[in-house]
Design a protein around this ligand. Structure first.
Ligand code: GLA
Length: 410
């Protein structure tokens, strides 16, 4: 499915989306009917390529309302984002209300009817994501799932939720208290808490992309997939500035071997369009996330996007690099001070990114032998749209905090 998607996305976004939805409906039904040994395997085939969509946190934070989420869904359709593959509409923290006498979680007044919201998002051909914590409180102080995991998973399934971000937050205090400062025991508790919700999701029976958010603690990439993670945050929070984005993004070197179809490293959501990065910095952000096969979860106000923001989020070549059917995360191949070259193997080629992390424009020379290519290969400069025939050495002048991203067909 992933291969078919990647091949077709370039020229036929709508057909790809329909194909994907039809395939996922078929697959979910088949798996829930016992295909491949039961629902347990459904988690493995979800997120065959890195999840794409939108999340409310980076722009709206605790102010998000149902109206904002509906507006985001509408904008995803109108802007072409849905058809480009951005299909998850994810509500982050602060939707939670009180539990009733039976312990069932309810929404707060900002989200009057979650089922109706899910129906609305589904009617647009997209999927709904939600957020909770294994602790008693979420990071913003709302009700978490502690002691109510199965109940919450059932509630999410009844609402029609397709994606859960599960954020450690106050479970850290539970760990500290109950482990008595024994780090190994605390980590064991953390793993068990994530596995507990995994089992609850499986028992509820609805396929849910399961997103771990525990900031990369305890080398989560080593154990996350076996606790059901389809993606896991590898770091603390991103913020809308080049320094933080680049510290997070460039620190992902070496994690590639832990990623693959159904299970991805997550260096956090996108800040493209939130206003504090220059165009070159945003191109670095988007290029690096694509080379990392990172989830592409836009974090801006989609109803107020500039043409520049749209052109960055909707660049088909960069999306195709991220979503490539081979499912391999890229890595750094050389670093010379602020100049870094990263590559990502693709099903029919290779993506090459020349990053300049320095404070001034710098010449950067691509040597084909360093990337295993022969002279004469054709490359597309993804951001300029230009096609190039590469010679053994080619020098690019890369702007401050900027990037040249090439897609080379083999
Ligand atoms: C943590 C997470 C963020 C966001 C907030 C919400 O900080 O890492 O991505 O979900 O909590 O409170």
């Amino acid at each position: 499915m992933a291969e078919v998607e990647a091949k077709m996305r370039g020229f036929c976004g709508i057909a790809v989306r329909r194909l994907r939805i039809a395939a996922e409906i078929f697959l979910a039904g088949w798996l829930m009917a016992g295909g491949l040994g039961g629902v347990g395997r459904a988690q493995a085939v979800l997120a065959a390529t890195p999840p794409m969509g939108w999340n409310s946190w980076n722009h709206f934070a605790e102010r998000v309302t149902e109206a904002d989420v509906r507006a985001a869904a509408d904008a995803m359709v109108a802007s072409g984002m849905r058809d480009a593959g951005y299909v998850y509409v994810n509500i982050d923290d602060t939707w939670e209300g009180e539990r009733d006498a039976k312990g069932v979680i309810h929404t707060n007044q900002k989200f009057p009817d979650m089922k109706a919201l899910a129906d609305y998002v589904h009617s647009k051909g997209m999927k709904l994501g939600i957020y909770s914590s294994p602790g008693p409180k979420t990071c913003a102080g709302y009700a978490g799932s502690y002691g109510h995991e199965e109940q919450d998973a059932l509630t999410y399934a009844a609402w029609g939720v397709d994606y859960l971000k599960y954020d450690l937050c106050s479970y850290r205090e539970v760990m500290d208290k109950e482990s008595g400062g024994d780090r190994a025991k605390a980590n064991q508790m953390m793993r068990a808490a994530y596995e507990k919700m995994h089992q609850a999701i499986l028992k509820a029976g609805r396929p849910v992309v399961y997103s771990f958010c525990q900031y990369g603690w305890d080398a989560v990439w080593e154990w996350g997939p076996s606790a059901g993670a389809n993606l896991w945050r590898t770091t603390g929070d991103i913020s809308d500035n080049y320094d933080r984005m680049s510290v997070i993004g460039f620190s992902q070197a070496g994690l590639g071997r832990f990623a693959g179809p159904g299970h991805w490293n997550d260096p956090d959501m996108l800040e493209v369009g939130n206003g504090k990065m220059t165009r070159d910095e945003s191109l670095t952000h988007m290029s690096l996330w694509a080379v990392l096969a990172a989830p592409l979860l836009a974090g801006n106000d989609l109803s107020k996007m500039t043409e520049e923001t749209k052109s960055i989020l909707l660049n088909q070549d960069v999306i195709a690099i991220d979503q490539d059917g081979l499912g391999k995360q890229g890595d750094r191949i050389t670093a010379e001070g602020p100049k870094e070259v990263w590559t990502k193997p693709l099903k029919d080629g290779i993506a090459i990114a020349l990053f300049n992390r320095g404070e001034d424009a710098l010449p950067m020379t691509l040597r084909l032998k360093d990337v295993g290519l022969k002279a004469g290969v054709k490359a597309k400069d993804v951001w300029s749209g230009e096609t190039l025939t590469l010679q053994p050495e080619k020098t690019f002048v890369v702007p401050r905090h900027g990037v040249v991203l090439l897609r080379v067909e083999k």
